[in-house]
Structures are given as C-alpha cells and as structure tokens.
Ligand binder design. Structure first.
Ligand SMILES: [Ca+2]
Length: 366
C-alpha cells in the first residue's frame, strides 16, 4: 500500500512536470518584431536600425540580439557587437532604435547584399522569434569616400538629372596614394606625400582608377561590378555645388575675402600645392573642389547642350573629340576661374602639368 501510494505520488509528479513542460513550450505570446528597417548612414560605417517590438505577456522586457548577413540572408555569420540604443533587455513598444558600428564589427568589408536580423527572446519560449530586416546599403571600402546622393541641378543652361548615387573621393588623390598604386610619383611639388598628385595625364589618371579597381576587387574591398573611375563633368559640378546655385560652393564672395578659406588659389597658395584637406570642405564634405589642383573628368570636352535640347539625364559629355574636360580651380588660378561653373579642358596625353590632378568616383559599372 505504501508502495502504491509512492507510485501514485511519483506519477503525479511526472504529470505536473509534463504539464509544466507543455506550458513552457506553448508560450502563449511569442515576441514579434515588426517594421524592422536597417539603413546605412550615408558616407559612414554606421547602420541605423529601427523596429517595433510586441509581446503583451513580457512587460518586463525581451532580450534583443542582432546579427548580420553579407549574402542577402542566406547565412548570418556576422555577429553584431558594437551597438548603441535599444538592444539587450528591451521593453516592448514602438519606435525602437539602435545604431550598429559596422566598421568595428566588420571592418572594410563590402557588399550590396547586407541584411540585419534581430532575435527577440522572451525567456519563455524555447527559441526567440526572428525577423529579417531590409538590406543595408553598401559599406564603403574606405572612409575617404563621400556618398553623393542622386539628384538634379542646373548646369549652364541645362537641367541635369543624375539618377544614380555614387561615392566620391573626399580629397584629390594624394602623392602617397598614387605611389602606392602605381609605384611612381610624377609630381613637381614633392616633399609631402599628402599633397595632391599632379603632372598626371588623363590617361595616367584613368589608368590609376583601373589599377585600383583591379586591386580592390581582388582583395574583396569592392564588389566585382563596381569600379573606380573619373567623375563625369556633370557629377563633378553637382558634387561641387552640393545643392548651391551660387558662384562658389560656399556662396558669393563680393569682397574676395571668403574663397581663401575654402581654396588654395593664386592669392593664398604661394605658387605651389599644399596638403589635401587643409582648407574647409563644401557642404557635402568634399575638400579642394574650388582650388588646389584642377581635376580631370571622364568626359570629352565640348559644349553643354542648352534647354532647347531638353533636360539631360546622366550626361556623359560629347561622343567625339580629343581634349578631355577638367574642372575646378587650382593654386595658380585667380578667383573667377575657381567658380563652380568654370570649365576647362586639356590634352589627355600631353596635358601633364603641375596644376593637373584628379579625384576618384566609386560606382557600379553602368
Ligand atoms: Ca581641386
């Protein structure tokens, strides 16, 4: 009898344990993440993530973890550790925000197929629910590139649409960068490797872009369908203006006392180049657009079609000719030649002089 009682008690304990287990497995309300959006902050390595978190039976909080994918969600091998904002123990609600420093967790890796996933664990269910967020945009291969958003502007008499965003060098290509890629430095003004490279022909500038493209593709720093190239003339002026319609990227300068803050030109340069980035940038963070060295562009040189020919979309310049466009002022130009709209051109082979340099654009192959 005593044995039977013990046996009954044992059965009862098992039953309770089973019921408890069933209750635990069937958590009445799993945490749900909705409206998850992950977007790279333009021109930086920061990814802004927003989401809403619903879980009525966990008012005290749900544990939020994050991880990232570089293959459009096929796998999530990138652990996200460098976070600020609503992660860890999070109280359910709407408008949750966190910021991921992708540079810290993922270095200079580069993809256009990145995704961020959040995992919500309410400690009741065996496994927390997961949700896949929108893809993040491309992570720049280096921090000296500025994200230039697509847009429109007035170029001469034409209304120009640039339908594709692109990265652009924050600085003119330096002598150190040129030396590193091409193993030579043709510059006249040496002595500081952070001065802009000059005495480069258009062909040498485009060769630099092609060599850097091959190198960064081989090392996985850029996607295989992206290239470094020279900007089109339209891209150059659009980026230089940075939304302004004034004579200079910083406004007007009737007294001639402002240009020198933004540009090395004939009045302040002392007849030579200076370290890149040592004057103030324009509104989009680009340095030396007004001065320093003149910059080769991709286009052949020619007239810009006027409004009678309609609006221009992603103009690539004339289809025939020999001279190549270059843009911006330089250490040897007077103020009027440093205007945002000022245009010049050079012989692509023989136009090697101490006022001519360039900066790169990074963009998908068209
Ligand atoms: Ca310049």
């Amino acid at each position: 009898m005593q044995l039977m009682r013990n046996a009954k008690f044992f059965l009862f304990v098992l039953l309770v344990a089973a019921l408890a287990s069933a209750a635990r497995a069937a958590d009445p309300v799993l945490p749900i993440i909705t409206n998850l959006v992950a977007v790279q902050r333009p021109g930086t390595f920061f990814v802004d993530v927003t989401y809403d978190l619903v879980d009525p039976d966990s008012p005290g909080g749900v544990y939020i973890l994050a991880e990232a994918s570089s293959d459009n969600g096929a796998s999530y091998g990138i652990s996200i550790r460098t976070l600020s904002g609503d992660f860890g123990l999070v109280t359910p609600g709407t408008g949750k925000k966190l910021v991921w420093n992708a540079w810290q967790d993922w270095g200079r890796n580069y993809t256009t197929n990145a995704r961020v996933r959040l995992i919500a664990d309410d400690f009741a269910s065996a496994i927390g629910t997961t949700n896949v967020g929108n893809y993040t945009t491309n992570v720049p291969p280096n921090t000296n590139l500025v994200w230039i958003p697509s847009g429109a502007f007035n170029m001469s008499d034409a209304y120009v649409y640039l339908t594709k965003s692109f990265w652009m060098g924050k600085f003119e290509v330096t002598q150190a960068e040129y030396q590193n890629v091409m193993s030579n430095n043709p510059s006249y003004f040496t002595g500081n490797p952070n001065r802009p490279v000059e005495q480069v022909s258009w062909f040498e500038a485009t060769n630099y872009c092609a060599t850097l493209t091959a190198r960064d593709r081989a090392s996985g720093l850029i996607a295989t369908n992206w290239i470094y190239r020279l900007p089109t003339e339209a891209e150059w002026e659009y980026a230089c203006r940075a939304g302004t319609t004034t004579t200079y990227c910083f406004g007007e300068d009737p007294l001639g006392n402002r240009l020198g803050y933004y540009a090395w030109y004939s009045v302040n340069a002392g007849g030579q180049t200076h370290e890149v980035g040592s004057r103030a940038p324009n509104r989009w963070g680009l340095y030396d657009m007004m001065g320093s060295v003149v910059e080769w562009c991709q286009d052949l040189s020619g007239n810009i079609p006027g409004p009678l020919l309609g609006n221009l979309t992603d103009p690539q310049g004339p289809v025939s000719g020999w001279a190549r466009a270059n843009r911006g002022g330089c250490w040897g130009f007077d103020a009027s030649s440093c205007r945002s709209a000022n245009r010049s051109a050079g012989d692509p082979l023989l136009g090697k002089n101490s006022i001519s340099g360039f900066r790169v654009v990074l963009a998908p192959v068209q």
